[in-house]
Design a protein around this ligand. Sequence first.
Ligand code: ATP
Ligand code: MG
Length: 394
Amino acid sequence: MREILLAKYGELALKGLNRGSFESQLLRTVRKRTAAAGNFKVSKAQSTIYVEPLDENCDIDGACRQLTRIFGIASISRAAECPKDLDSIFETAAAYLKESLENAATFKVSAKRSDKTFPLNSMELSKELGAFLLERYPRLSVKMDDPDLSITVEVRDFAAYVHAGRIEAAGGIPAPTSGRAAVMLSGGIDSPVAAFLMAKRGLDLCAVHFQSPPYTSERALDKVERIAARLSIYTGNLALLCVPFTDVQLAIRDHAPEGFFTLIMRRSMVRITRMLCECEHCGAMVTGESLGQVASQTLQAITCTDEAAAGVPILRPLIGMDKTEIVSMARKIGTFDISIEPYEDCCTLFTPKHPKTKPKLADVIRAEAGIPDLHALEETAAGTFHVRMKHFFD
Ligand code: ATP
Ligand code: MG
């Protein structure tokens, strides 16, 4: 008896004409990510991706874990494969699900027959398998609504598959279906969650991080690298572009009116990220801003930030989320524990006591005009980034 993985698409199935290219993209990603777990055959049929171990050394658990993290896959079933005849299906179900059958009090069987040449229809097959299992396990009873054990048998083109229960996967749509974007990644809690959510919507990402040595430490940078590494479990390869921001930040500190410091710094980050978007072929930026969370995230401040993007959209997937919701998602994706490490990033430097919460764009632009060489400093920063890491996924 061979155990294989059946991965079901989510929304992808709805995408009409583009479906073919989405499927091929997903297959490529599945091949790449499962390769580390062994020699698997990856193929697709009938809206399902089949991941079949080709030898004894394959790590099915490892491959399954990889699949749960691939955007575009909605659920995974671990299934036993058998020939398409009743006796084989009966014996495979009894053997493969032995432990679950012994521990359950109630069960139900659902059959799906996509091979219409199979002599029994779905209803008949469900009944026959149910009757067989009842005879084998007389202690069991059938319960259609919320049973302890829900058994599925699928009769497909080349074989039948028996499984019980599905493992929920990441959902979303596969990258780069939606194109490419640059996520502004700080060491905080929010921006990693924002990156995760936009990758889930099919965006291929690169990450941009602003650092201000010697005010920010190597450890702060190391922290962001580990956040990026954690994210790359979901995104696949993720380039982290580290931008030297000290000179820009000092110029703002020395020449901007105090209450404007944070907002002008954010606009500078956005202008630099926009320049990087051009060379990295990104059609949007992503930030972890959430409405009203801090002074630089009021509507007026966001209006000023957007203007600096000069038409490149800034995607803010957390805009309507509470901090508690963001934190629980950060925990779920495994970035929270890294984010709360104490090493400070450049945003916490030089922050004014009384930042403007209702800035007017004209005032901000005037304040920027008073900062000597601001745009030249930004251009230099954009031109001297270095890529810290590219391939991290386990
Ligand atoms: P986060 O938890 O993501 O740092 P935050 O609530 O601390 O967010 P801010 O510090 O105001 O908010 O930053 C707003 C957004 O600006 C961040 O979500 C992030 O996208 C971006 N950002 C802030 N600091 C940096 C940085 N050093 N490098 C890159 N992007 C940054
Ligand atoms: Mg922050």
